[in-house]
Design a protein around this ligand. Structure first.
Ligand code: COA
Length: 252
């Protein structure tokens, strides 16, 4: 059942997937992962859809995984996080060009998913981090493979092992953002890019894209390795203390 936090629309052969949970900075729940997976999976064999846009709307991209879900999963039911795992598989196996529009903070899975995208637009207000380390966790979504490949080992170390945040300009220089635009303009620009891609010969786009990308089987293998270690880390004292500290921080 659609939960309203993910809005899916279509225009000019492009599927637009919008995260809409503004009161929680678009933090992604398991229900939202399910909806995003469905939006990607059902586009795969649909010739009417040539491109996918993922956007958080204005002001924020996403605060990443819903930390409340992490806490629930730690109560001995890690399978409650399986929709996130399915979403990562959807990204790894996806054959349609994905354009991301990032206006504001992109944290955790928000940043990880960008490395599966084909074209990324950021506003000057965008920031990028994957601070799994601060939660006592480790990289997910094949980011331990894609990040060093895309931006080099040292930048990947700064982001994934040190928990550093990159500005939009740093992300552009690092190579995972194509263009930086004014706040509020990322979606408009993403639609222009989508129209540009949609005008190109579809089969040649698909074949060329496949040649450029890390093979899906390599991605899924790394996703599984990371997921195994991640599941163990979720139960660690370091992680549980960090989740509780985040959820309690405003009550002190
Ligand atoms: N999971 C669950 N709830 C989250 C969340 C998350 N990942 N990120 C933000 N929220 C909630 C906050 O608890 C708060 O809820 P409340 O108003 O009911 O107390 C609300 O969203 C607004 O967040 P707030 O921190 O007040 O906004 P901000 O503008 O000051 O900061 C962020 C925005 C994204 C920088 C900050 O919320 C943050 O760092 N979030 C955690 C990101 C994270 O660690 N994600 C996991 C990555 S591995």
């Amino acid at each position: 059942m659609p939960n309203g936090n993910i809005v899916v629309s279509e225009e000019h052969a492009t599927r637009v997937v919008t995260l809409r949970r503004p009161n929680k900075k678009n933090a992604i729940t398991q229900d939202m992962y399910r909806e995003m997976s469905r939006a990607i999976d059902t586009a795969q064999n649909n010739p009417e859809i040539r491109c996918i846009i993922i956007t958080g709307g204005s002001g924020v991209f996403t605060a990443g995984d819903d930390i409340d879900d992490f806490l629930k999963a730690d109560t001995a039911r890690p399978e409650t996080l399986s929709n996130a795992a399915k979403f990562l598989y959807s990204l790894a196996l996806n054959v349609k060009p994905i354009i991301a529009a990032v206006d504001g903070a992109s944290v955790g899975m928000g940043t990880v998913l960008l490395f599966h995208c084909d074209y990324v637009l950021a506003s000057t207000a965008a920031t990028f981090s994957a601070p799994y380390i601060n939660l006592g966790l480790i990289p997910v979504g094949a980011s331990s493979l894609l990040m060093p490949n895309t931006m080099g080992y040292q930048r990947a170390f700064a982001m994934l092992v040190m928990g550093r945040t990159f500005s939009a300009e740093e992300a552009r220089v690092a190579g995972f953002v194509n263009a930086v635009v004014s706040p509020g303009h990322t979606e408009v620009e993403a639609r222009k890019v989508a129209r540009e891609i949609c005008r190109l010969p579809a089969e040649a786009v698909a074949i060329s894209r496949k040649l450029l990308r890390t093979p899906p089987e390599q991605l899924t293998r790394r996703i599984d390795q990371e997921a195994h270690l991640f599941g163990e880390r979720l139960k660690s004292n370091e992680a549980v203390a960090a989740f509780n500290a985040f959820m309690m921080r405003k009550r002190r």
